[in-house]
Design a protein around this ligand. Structure first.
Ligand code: PLP
Length: 409
């Protein structure tokens, strides 16, 4: 969001308060130009012969976002069969989708085989069962390098107690299964967690994966997953993509030379592509002065944005109704009957009841984790694209709350 002449604007001069006026509050807004900027930044950071970005769509699956991703050359990383179907619905070809489930049944994997998508296997039991049923279907294998990384234990996946991936210590067993069933392993994959800040950690994981890859002779691609940190606090603390791109490209190019062929370098960013593009607008219902605090109570809660309560995520909050003026300290809370604190001691321009507060970095894992808790409606979603705004999901109504319920009394 840009501040100009005392007002905030989205890309193309779109006024967020006009969106609030037209579609009501609370509302999620996605600014497509920011997604495009992040894609370009990612691609430009690397210099290898073949590279593909698979958008990790669990971050944000609105069909319009998926269509834009397709248009901008992305593949798709899907973690459920429903995400696979959404991807196909949005126009991705089966081979552009890598399905990376965790702890799903062979039945769900059979559906993926029927749909013809690429499949990533993350445990030995399923690898063996899969080999028994579909020995000719090419596979990717998800490995766990046991490198501790990531911003929070709930989103770190590489540690020794993690449920994700096949341990690199089990590689002899992996090879035993591959040889016995004659499996075609077309890809190797790692995803060590979210919010890895340190380039060194990423490069260490890369070394392990590339070293392992030497023993697989039929590879087409190597997938380094994601885990890139974006700046939440406006402090610029984020993954240094340019530095990482340069160093990892060198490593990868050397590997391909030794391997004898150019493989495709794959990443599957979610947060990095969409986090910053998203804004969540809410209205202040009540300013409540207590003995120790000033609360700004908004028309939303953990039902719409759970990240602060779920894993202490920090979201910048600004009062976009008053771009300039005297600042005061607020604790921003929701309306849910549960403690749902969005932020404490936030310095903002003085809030009046009715002002619109904007939560930044609301593109990834925000709408997607929303619920009907307290039987409230999920918000609307709006896309800002090429200077215009479009409603891309209606606010829910009482019909949605009652949908599927069967009254037997
Ligand atoms: C969630 C996930 C991602 C995306 O992670 P971000 O931190 O959002 O970039 C990528 N790959 C897999 C397998 C995932 O589960």
């Amino acid at each position: 969001m840009e501040l100009k002449d005392g007002k905030f604007y989205l890309t193309g001069g779109v006024d967020p308060l006009e969106i609030a006026e037209q579609y009501g509050l609370p509302v999620y807004i996605y600014d497509s130009a920011i997604i495009k900027k992040q894609i370009d930044r990612f691609n430009n950071a690397f210099s290898v012969k073949k590279m593909k970005l698979n958008y990790a769509c669990k971050a944000l699956t609105n069909i319009n976002i998926l269509k834009l991703m397709k248009k901008w050359g992305m593949g798709l990383d899907a973690v459920s069969i429903q995400e696979v179907r959404l991807g196909l619905h949005a126009g991705f070809k089966p081979k552009e989708i890598l399905y990376t489930p965790n702890c799903v049944s062979l039945e769900e994997l059979s559906l993926a085989v029927e749909l013809g998508v690429k499949i990533n296997i993350d445990n030995l039991s399923i690898l063996e069962q899969f080999g028994d049923h579909y020995p000719n279907y090419p596979l990717c294998i998800r490995l766990n390098p046991h490198v501790m990384a990531g911003g929070n234990s709930k989103i770190s996946t590489g540690h020794i107690d993690s449920k994700f991936g096949i341990s690199i210590h089990q590689l002899p067993h992996v090879h035993r299964i591959i040889e016995t069933y004659g499996l075609n392993i077309e890809g190797l994959h790692m995803h060590t967690g979210s919010e890895i800040l340190d380039t060194e950690v990423y490069l260490r994981v890369a070394d392990i994966l590339l070293n392992t890859a030497k023993d697989f002779k039929d590879l087409q691609f190597i997938d380094f997953g994601s885990g890139f940190k974006v700046s939440y606090k406006n402090d610029g603390i984020e993954t240094d993509m340019e530095d990482l791109g340069e160093q990892l490209s060198t490593k990868f190019n050397e590997f391909c030379k030794d391997y004898g062929r150019s493989l495709t370098l794959i990443f599957e960013p979610g947060k990095f592509l969409v986090s910053e593009s998203g804004y969540f607008l809410t209205k202040v219902n009540v300013v409540k002065q207590t003995t120790s605090n000033v609360f700004a109570g908004v028309d939303s809660g953990l039902n719409h944005l759970i990240r602060p309560m779920f894993y202490n995520a920090y979201h910048n909050i600004t009062n976009i109704s008053k771009a300039e003026g005297r600042k005061r300290i607020y604790t921003v809370v929701g309306y849910i009957c549960e403690t749902d604190t969005f932020g404490v001691n936030r310095k903002m321009t003085e809030i009046s009841e009715g002002d619109v507060l904007c939560f930044h970095n609301a593109g990834a894992y925000c709408y997607m984790m929303s619920s009907n808790y307290n039987s409230r409606y999920r918000p609307a979603e709006v896309l800002v694209h090429e200077g215009k705004h479009h409603l891309i999901r209606e606010r829910e109504t009482m019909d949605d709350i009652l949908k599927g319920q069967i009254s037997v009394l």
